[in-house]
Design a protein around this ligand. Sequence first.
Ligand SMILES: [Zn+2]
Length: 488
Amino acid sequence: MRIAIAGINHETNTYVRDETTLKDFYIQRGEQLFRLRSTQTQTGGAIDACERLGLIPVPVYLASTQPSGTIAADCYATMKAELLERLASEMPVDAVFLDLHGAGVVDQCPDLEADLVAQVRLLVGEAVPITAAFDLHGNITQRMADALDGVFACHEYPHIDMHERAGDAIELIKHMLEGNFRPTVQVETVPILMPTTTTFVGIGLALRQRMRELEANNADVIQVSFFHGFPYSDVPQVGCHVVVTSRSDAHQARLVAQSIGNELWQQRESFRALSLSAAEALDVAQAATAKPVVINETSDNCGGGSPGDGTHLLRAMLDADLKNACFGFIVDPEVAQQAHAVGVGSSIDISLGAKYDDMHGEPLLLSVYVKALHDGRCIMQAMAKGSRINYGKIARLQIGDMDIVVASHRSQTFDTEPFAAVGIDVKAKDYIALKSSNHFRAGFEEIAGTIVTADPPGLTTHHIEVFDREYATQPLWPVDPAAAYDEA
Ligand SMILES: [Zn+2]
């Protein structure tokens, strides 16, 4: 049995100024996808599951990049055409697995996934099973789900189970090929703009456990996917979504989805995020006795589309003259290049960060010592474990009792590798600052004595009320008091 594996995976922040173009995407074709084998990624999990279950993975095409602005129409058209062309050349296939995000937005096409899935369905025909794995930050429509036989969002945020959910998607394909049934996928949208919420503690953890109970207690239910949604997106389908894949009973699947929708709505106040300014966060950090304190600047998270060059938190740390502290990292290719040009052991004057816009602070004019340099090529050690990541040239700069790590490519900090690459042992630090909303937890939870979230101005702030909404089709909690959910 030959299972085609393909996808276009992008989380689109429609509030980012610049469009995302073809040069921004990392595209893997054919056997290049096998480089993801044994990595804890969606495609890696799908390849591994095929091989474990005696199916033949047929790698086709995968385009992905960091979260960023709306995808240019010609960029998407080019990628889609190549994906479909390569898929057509592999036909006939027995099934298709798609590696998707769920929050892809193209200029003039607000639902990338619905468009792509419909085209794939048209190509392979009604009889061929198609399942897909998603990021739980997708904004999902019934239109998209109708073209799929199974929807499998990761359950965890940090997304440490992407490979496992992709494995579930492949298992469903195997069962469909062996048995005689056609699953149904039901989408229930709840008008909640959910701030980024980890599943490791609190309401996120409780809800994750509740979803698993519902899966276990309903024999017909194959998978309950709870999409937190992606609030930094001005599209009609923005919101939270419960997506239930069942063996046969659409009515029952809808009832399960609605019952969870009710629970989400009733508990919506639990999603309200604490928002501390940089100075307030540092006050909390300095009062904490359990060291090291990890301070995450959630509002400048490249993983949600921010530039990563914001200086609000770093400036506050310098003003507070924090001792035994490190910051890693801030994205500034010019400064990284400047440090690489002069080399280790030199002192340089820099204008660091805040070059993208005015929202993320002002550049920091500093005299720093170049302590260490690195090429930025790392292997992910926590989330997406085993996959390669390239941060571009990295520099470790020192000022006072602080180490500042500067990288060249936009990314959030997932684990301790960007620090370790330049010789920083984070366990020995009292303060570890980084830019990420929740993915960092996979790499820092065991190290952190305390975690404090800072939310100065930024494109991924918890203050989602600052973003205009032109296309939302219904009032949304918490930004609109008229928000209501029809509690079935
Ligand atoms: Zn996500």
